[in-house]
Structures are given as C-alpha cells and as structure tokens.
Design a protein. Structure first.
Length: 295
C-alpha cells in the first residue's frame, strides 16, 4: 500500500452496512466477510513469515517476541509478536490507512485511535487454550468503547482453536479477572453452563475480519490439529477513552489518531473498576501469564 494513503488517514469513509453495525452493538461481535483485498493479505502474510523467520534465532523472549517452551531455530515455537507496526511498515499502513481504520470508526461511532496490536500464533499439535476473558478489564479505559479487529492470516476453524465468543455478554459489564487473590487474566470462574452453551465459533478465512467489543467475553480452545492458526489483532479505542493503567503492549503508535480528531475531554463512565496488576515493568502475553498462573 503506498505511503500516499497517509494523507487520507483522518477521513472516515464508512465501510460497513448499518445491519452489521447493529449486529455488533446487539451481540458484541460481528464477522465482516471478504473485506480485505488479496494484495493486502499477501503483503501481511509475507511480512508475518519474515517476522517468524527473524524469531528463529532467539534464545529468550524479548519486548516483541513471546516464545513457548522448547523454542529453537530448528523448531521455532513463537506464540506472539507484539507491536508488529514497529517491525514492518505494512502493518502500520494497514492499521491506519486501510479499510480497517474505517471499520473501527464505524463500530466506535466516532473518532478512533490506535491502542496496540499483536500477531498470535496458535501452534499446531497443542497450541494453548485462551481462557474466557474480556479485553477492557485487562487495560481499563475511562469508557468501554474499545474494539478489537481480528485479521486471520491463515484459515481459522474450530479444529484449530478459532475464536469463541459469548453473544450479548458485553451488556453485563466488567467481570473479575482475579481468583483467590491472584490475577489470572480470565473470568472462567464467572462463567455459567448456560452461557457456555451459547458460545459461537468464528470460523473465518484470510480476507475476513472479526470485530469484538472490549467487554464481550471470548476465548479459544487448544489447537490439536496439524495446522497453525495465525491471527493479527488490532486494538482500537474511542478518541475520548483514556487508559487508567500502563499498557500491556506498548508501541510508539499508541494513541495515534486513526480517524477523526483527538478528544479534548475524556468521557468517563461511572462505576467501580477492578484494576489489573501494574504492567509498567512489562508484560509479554496472555500465554506467559497463563503458564505462570498454572505453575
């Protein structure tokens, strides 16, 4: 994508049919099929493959790379690449200048800014489960108008641990992500059998986008298949939503406007906020935290 698109960055061009926006507001998530063109997807996939290859030689996790046990050059086990917008310009261009920014503005309903992004690799043959959780309690803002866009870079299926979401759960407010005095980064303890029975699988292909609200409960099963599941996730926030806590994934692009103008006031939603731990010293990934909690 050419750099000249940067001149269009602040011009919101609606991308979604009103029915999709209504579905998102009612259910807390929505799938947008075949919205990204093949050239962009090919460029994102190529850049992701290059980042994967660059991580082969690592011997320990870094600010950008989170590694699973047993990682080595001959058998790489990379679980996450954080802030890829800092590592390859195609991710920055796509997050800010492509239709992704318009989708975010459609769903936010006004000016929108970038918060963070990451590439998650669910490794074949047992890639880890992600517990039920909400995004907003992990990085609480003055209001909950946050949206995450999941961009599958490989086919995402139930068989390889695709995203699962509880429809309508965003309307129930924030849930505790602590248990027995420990931060567990999941709300599994609050899930009822009735809710679990409503969970929906997001089976999608490259070119599709799944959007979910900052308070919708979601997770994913392990990946017992032989196929890796790779997803780029971009977290956007309303311009008038300001973080209460240190970012879990920092980036030089954090809080940069995507569409519209910066807010002159914070919009504050009333209520009590259960804070996460202080992540200012660093946070690698949900995978690492889950491993530490189990240990």
């Amino acid at each position: 994508m050419p750099d000249s698109l940067g001149s269009l960055r602040l011009q919101h061009r609606p991308a979604l049919a009103p029915s999709l926006v209504d579905e998102y507001r009612e259910r807390g998530f929505v799938t947008v099929p075949a919205i990204l063109d093949t050239a962009l997807m090919a460029a994102l996939k190529q850049a992701t493959d290059q980042l994967w290859e660059a991580g082969r030689s690592l011997t320990e996790k870094t600010r950008h790379y989170d590694l699973s046990a047993g990682h080595c050059a001959d058998s790489p086990r990379i679980r996450r690449v954080s802030s890829p917008t800092e590592l390859d310009p195609i991710f920055e261009q796509a997050a800010f200048d492509s239709v992704l920014g318009d989708i975010a503005a459609d769903l936010i309903g006004g000016p929108v800014k970038f918060y963070h992004s990451k590439i998650n690799f669910k490794l074949p043959g047992g890639g880890e489960e992600i517990g039920w959780h909400q995004d907003w309690p992990v990085f609480p803002h003055t209001n909950a108008n946050l949206v995450a866009l999941s961009v599958p870079l490989t086919p995402s299926r139930k068989a390889n641990g695709c995203l699962r979401t509880i429809p309508g759960s965003h309307r129930g407010g924030a849930r505790s992500h602590w248990a027995d005095g420990r931060y567990v980064l999941n709300c599994n303890q609050s899930m009822s059998d009735r809710e679990l029975a409503t969970a929906e699988d997001s089976e999608v292909d490259p070119g599709d986008v799944v959007a979910h609200h900052g308070l919708v409960v979601h997770g994913s099963a392990p990946n017992p298949s032989l196929d890796i599941r790779t997803t780029w996730i971009i977290q956007y926030a309303a311009a008038d939503a300001f973080a209460y806590t240190a970012p879990v994934i920092d980036s030089r692009h954090r809080n940069r406007m995507v569409r519209g103008e910066p807010a002159s006031h914070a919009r504050v939603e009333a209520g009590f906020i259960e804070l996460p731990p202080d992540f200012s010293a660093g946070y690698s990934s949900i995978y690492s935290l889950q491993t530490e909690t189990k240990a």
